[in-house]
Ligand binder design. Structure first.
Ligand code: SF4
Length: 391
């Protein structure tokens, strides 16, 4: 048994690099940018890389990338925040996990019949132009088509960055529809990235939802702690989040190279005003589809008070076939994580079923056989099979 245990532990995780400051890593094109500018979310937002020339000037395009950016532009947009661009490891070239999430490749143009423009059936379950209800007690308000960056694996990539701004009238209507559904207890403010909205619009949303006596939970889905953490240097935003506390903030870190001093600072700022933090990683082929990659990420998140909450099987969205893994690959990741991290660090591994049928937990099988209510054989985290007398 001891030998087995040692063998299991000898599969070493990748080592998380010293947590870096994106300012210290900024590319030469931004060498003259001051620390104050870099820390300003408005500066970060207005200096996003939005086309092939921008990306080439700052991080340098690989030979195949210019053509890919131009080819995919009609279908999917491109945006990379300076903070996120600074995390790219140029020496890894096309294999860099940050680059893969930010810069298009020609694989996005691959067509497969199982890929969908609306993989979660959000249009089908719409209760207003920008609100969806897929469960009796939950509703989602899709607040904006904007984001700090356009993740190449985005489920809503058919809308994000491509459509007209959502009007205040449409947002008001969505809130009205959600408030009218008395069984709804839990509301997700999502998008795009809702923190792309003005503080006034955010306050309108939180204030309207808090007036309801049937809404217990407000969840804010934002990737900005990872992609543009400078947004949380805005004291007015923090005041709003504090005023309508508790807000559950669900963010998305996918790889240890996304750990940064700026992100840690953002998570701390959110914690200090009473936000409850959870992380929703997406399982991405060639990026984080090994337990050894996710383990150090999850350790860092726990240290920063952000609990690994979900590990999503990558949805079947158009242009994402190169990121998708098998269900089995994720089960193996979960098997690796179990025993290496406490239960606090183990996310729910879920598939969000196509067509809006909801999330289903996917769990590694630990019961090896036996007879229910008699003797069962159960496999533990390092492979030992133990007899268990069931009742
Ligand atoms: S931040 Fe979220 S909504 Fe925006 S592109 Fe990334 S995954 Fe999509």
């Amino acid at each position: 048994m001891e030998e087995l245990e040692l063998n299991a532990l000898s599969r070493k995780p990748i080592v998380i690099q010293d947590v870096v400051s994106s300012y210290d890593r900024r590319p030469d094109a931004w060498r003259d940018v001051s620390e104050k500018e870099w820390a300003s979310w408005e500066w970060q937002w207005s200096h996003r890389l939005l086309n092939a020339d921008d990306v080439d000037r700052v991080i340098g395009l690989l030979p195949h990338e210019r053509r890919a950016i131009e080819d995919v532009a009609d279908q999917f947009s491109v945006a990379v925040s300076p903070h996120y661009a600074a995390l790219i490891h140029s020496e890894l070239k096309a294999e860099c996990p940050i680059r893969k999430q930010a810069i298009p490749t020609a694989s996005e143009l691959e067509c497969h019949e199982d890929l969908m423009s609306d993989p979660l059936g959000e249009y089908r379950h719409a209760i207003s132009f920008c609100a969806t209800r897929r469960y009796p007690d939950r509703a989602l308000i899709y607040t904006t088509h904007e984001c700090a960056m356009r993740c190449r694996h985005c489920t809503r990539r058919g809308r994000v960055g491509l459509m007209e701004r959502i009007s205040h009238e449409d947002l008001s209507k969505a809130v009205e529809c959600v408030l009218a559904e008395e069984r709804v207890r839990d509301v997700l403010i999502s998008g795009g990235d809702p923190l792309s909205l003005s503080n006034e619009e955010l306050e309108f949303l939180f204030a309207s939802l808090r007036k309801s006596d049937h809404i217990d939970v407000i969840r804010l889905c934002t990737r900005m702690p990872c992609t543009l953490p400078q947004r949380f240097n805005d004291p007015d935003l923090l005041d709003i989040l504090n005023k309508y506390s508790p807000i559950y903030v669900n963010t998305q870190f996918n790889h240890p190279y996304e750990a940064s001093c700026e992100a840690a600072h953002a998570l701390k700022a959110l914690r200090q005003i009473g936000c409850i933090l959870g992380n929703q990683s997406v399982l991405l082929r060639g990026i984080n589809d090994r337990g050894e990659v996710l383990e150090p990420l999850y350790r860092w998140l726990l240290r920063e008070g952000c609990r690994p909450y979900y590990l999503f099987l990558c949805d079947a969205a158009q242009g994402t076939s190169h990121f998708r893994t098998s269900i089995q690959a994720g089960l193996e990741v979960m098997d690796t994580l179990r025993g290496r991290l406490s239960g606090l660090g183990i996310p729910h591994y879920v598939i969000d079923l196509p067509g809006g049928y909801g999330k289903v937990d996917l769990c590694p099988q630990h019961i090896e056989g036996g007879e229910p209510n008699a003797r069962m054989r159960i496999r533990n985290w390092f492979g030992a099979v133990v007899d268990y007398k069931d009742v």
